[in-house]
Design a protein. Sequence first.
Lengths: 256, 256
Amino acid sequence: MKFEDYPAPSHPPRCAHPCEECTLRAIPAFLAVGSDEVRTIQSFRSGTRVVEAGGVIVSEDRPSPQLFTLYSGWAFRYKTLSDGRRQILGFLLPGDFIGLQDEFADGHTHGVEAVTDTTMCSFERDTLWNLFHARPKLGYHITWLAAREEKLVDDNLVTAGRRNASERVAMLLMHLYRRAERAGMVRDGWAEFPFNQQHIADALGLSLVHTNKTLRRLQRLGLYKLDSGWLRILEPHALETLGDYFERPMQPLPLI
Amino acid sequence: MKFEDYPAPSHPPRCAHPCEECTLRAIPAFLAVGSDEVRTIQSFRSGTRVVEAGGVIVSEDRPSPQLFTLYSGWAFRYKTLSDGRRQILGFLLPGDFIGLQDEFADGHTHGVEAVTDTTMCSFERDTLWNLFHARPKLGYHITWLAAREEKLVDDNLVTAGRRNASERVAMLLMHLYRRAERAGMVRDGWAEFPFNQQHIADALGLSLVHTNKTLRRLQRLGLYKLDSGWLRILEPHALETLGDYFERPMQPLPLI
DNA sequence: CGTAAATTTGACATTCGTCAATCAGTGTGG
DNA sequence: CCACACTGATTGACGAATGTCAAATTTACG
């Protein structure tokens, strides 16, 4: 397979148009919402922001005064222990809300880092309560997003706590592919997959070397292909069964 | 140490009084809230419920039509893989809100089981939006609780993914002791600790046998005592350092 | 007292981590 | 164009942490 056979990576422009015309909202993965609500969202939006690949979106040490909605690109949430061991808590795709947990901070916090070049919409943290007050519906949506993200972490905890290496990898590949698919980041069966093996190891709670060997094994079994940053699932059923992780119908998510 | 030396276990009566007089609200760990809000909470409360030790509060298969606030006792959230491996996602103490994640369910769900006899206040799930609408402040509080619970799961994920057995046990002991302390379940330095080693193993992602050996080791080192369901921390600093898990000032939490 | 559940222990198997070296791709400067 | 450096991927050898099995012991409780 030659390089030209891959779809071109997606580089949406920085969002400079009104939220009403947001290209993300056109994706069926997101909940249709009244134009009143959209206008309210826009009035609370304080700007946009670009963070290049590898850059810090939110520092692990001090929470940012802003909240974000990821508009394009991939990122991840993580925590590090004092001796440097890092655990990735979850990956972020377009539409994901960033920084909500710190709103109610008690010192505990986590960092957010960009994997690819990213763009996001920003909101001032201290206007959050106003948003709830002005539009309870949007408050309800934010709760929804918070609850949904907790469920993602729940799944990751089951993975780290109770799955072996092969099961972890199988689960993660299916999970990321499915999420990319919903976000419109899959073309002709190939999903953008900008992660290196260190990312995967840190997300799964495995060492780099063991992650490599496990990936290799599943690849040799013909379960998936990974090439130049693009992922194709060859045996979805086998991976789902191995990872004991099955797709379920998902309702459209709110988009703030 | 004889049995009489231990404080008596706490068995608050089933809540039968108005929320305004709720004994939980008297605890400084909870946020003081206006009496308007308290009355609204009471008007949304649909009843109380008792689940005995070991009983199912929420089935893993189908979400319940109710939400709960735990009023007394200990419980835990969990998921099981299809071959029976179980992961405990977190422990629940009085004041914790139960079932919010399922509000936005997509099939994925988790179970909740009582460790001790428990009592809770119930709310009808389909009135949740009304609550947000009627009192945005309470919606904000619910979001707060959701975000705070996610942070607890984040910590557990770091534990399962990146801490070794001793560090996991140290972290869990400190974590549970501190939470019990805040909830007023510590007397004379002894905290209620109703868990068996299988609970601990399932929470930490370890096997039962290895959990036992690790507990034993830390106990022989004189870091803690565990006796007849009561826990005393003998070397808090050592446990915090070992677990790389330090207490931070916590603000009062909302109570729904 | 008798039974079941929970804890404890030892022996052993397996998974996973660590170390160290090599290989492949990419970009840089000459 | 090539030598070089750098990062990420790959592999093998080995050791340590953790899991599994089976049995003994203690505790809880009717």
